[in-house]
Design a binder for this molecule. Structure first.
Ligand SMILES: [Zn+2]
Ligand SMILES: [Zn+2]
Length: 82
C-alpha cells in the first residue's frame, strides 16, 4: 500500500486532552483513561516526543509534549495507528 497523507488521517489517533475545548470533561471512558471512541484527536505528525494534534470537536491544532519520546511503549499507549 502507498503511504497516505498523514494530515488528519482518521487511521492515526491520539487520546490527549484538548487544551482548547476540554470536551473530555465528564466522560467516563476518558476519566478512566480508556481509548474513548468519541474523544480522540487526529495525530497529524510526531517528532520525537512531540505530537502534532488536531481536535475533532473544535479543530484546534496544537503540539503536545509527551515527555517520553524515548520510551516507545508509553507513546503507544496514547496513540494507535491502524
Ligand atoms: Zn478541542
Ligand atoms: Zn471520552
Amino acid at each position: 500500500m502507498l503511504p497516505r497523507d498523514p494530515q488528519a488521517d482518521i487511521g492515526r489517533r491520539a487520546w490527549v486532552a484538548c487544551p482548547n475545548c476540554d470536551d473530555r470533561r465528564g466522560c467516563g471512558d476518558c476519566e478512566e483513561r480508556r481509548t474513548c471512541s468519541r474523544h480522540w484527536r487526529y495525530l497529524l505528525s510526531s517528532t520525537g516526543s512531540l505530537l502534532h494534534l488536531q481536535c475533532r470537536s473544535c479543530t484546534h491544532i496544537w503540539t503536545h509534549e509527551t515527555g517520553f519520546g524515548a520510551t516507545r511503549s508509553l507513546w503507544q499507549r496514547m496513540t494507535r495507528a491502524w
